[in-house]
Design a binder for this molecule. Structure first.
Ligand SMILES: C[S@@+](CC[C@H](N)C(=O)[O-])C[C@H]1O[C@@H](n2cnc3c(N)ncnc32)[C@H](O)[C@@H]1O
Length: 223
């Protein structure tokens, strides 16, 4: 799969200005997750985030940091943050209301070199994959980069909004069309099968469940 040019890679991150971040939690986590994607945040996504959180944790694609602020992981857990957009990194670090274990600005599709070989027990990717450009096979570059930072018994996990084949409702179709046209999402062709193939290329143990139009995944044992 040829590498994706830089400008579409940045489009999925560039939208998160301070203004957008101020609206994000209410619009995405409150309204859209329930009514468009049919995967409520507090009932499904937050418990999933908590379930797999690790003592050495890396959150990738941090947004506003809502999950980090609400997961209430033990104080002994060290949490590092990685994002392409510095607005998100700083907003999320502030939101956590506890010290972080490092802020890393990096494009997860290009290189995770800023992590300098660090390893984590858990790496979370919530609502990142549907923002990354290209077909799922190209998004798998993120798995190739991140698996190098997973402890031997660690887990890479997350959630992503599925593409057109998922059969979105009218609101979902409107949002999918608008966001994909603007490059905020790039997920029209994303399917559970393509996600499973991409994860299986890099991990021996892959679990995927679906809730509404969202796939929740957990992958272990890097290949
Ligand atoms: C939709 S937000 C998800 C925020 C949060 N995880 C959640 O679930 O609410 C996507 C996040 O991924 C980041 N992002 C997008 N493309 C990226 C890339 N290529 N590398 C690293 N981060 C990226 C964005 O800046 C943003 O913080």
């Amino acid at each position: 799969m040829p590498p994706i040019p830089e400008s579409p890679r940045r489009a999925g991150a560039a939208v998160y200005s301070s203004f957008v971040l101020a609206l994000y939690d209410a619009w995405v986590l409150g309204f859209s997750n329930r009514f468009a994607w049919q995967c409520p945040t507090r009932e499904v996504l937050l418990p999933f985030f908590r379930k797999h959180a690790g003592r050495r944790h890396l959150d990738v694609g941090v947004g506003t940091g809502w999950y980090l602020a609400h997961a209430h992981t033990p104080a002994s857990y060290d949490v590092a943050l990685l994002d392409l957009n510095p607005n998100c990194l700083h907003a999320a670090a502030h939101r956590m209301e506890r010290p972080n274990d490092g802020l890393f600005q990096a494009d997860v599709l290009a290189s995770t070199a800023p992590l300098q070989g660090r390893r984590f027990d858990a790496i979370s990717l919530f609502y990142l994959l549907h923002c990354l450009p290209g077909p799922m096979a190209a998004k798998a570059a993120a798995f190739a980069n991140l698996k190098q930072h997973l402890a031997a018994d660690g887990v890479l996990y997350g959630a992503t909004i599925l593409g057109d084949e998922a059969g979105h409702n009218a609101l979902g179709r409107l949002l999918m069309k608008t966001y994909n046209r603007k490059g905020i999402f790039s997920n029209g062709g994303d399917t559970v099968e393509a996600l499973r193939d991409a994860l299986s290329l890099h991990f021996q143990d892959v679990e995927i469940t679906e809730r509404g139009k969202v796939a929740l995944f957990a992958a272990r044992q890097p290949r």
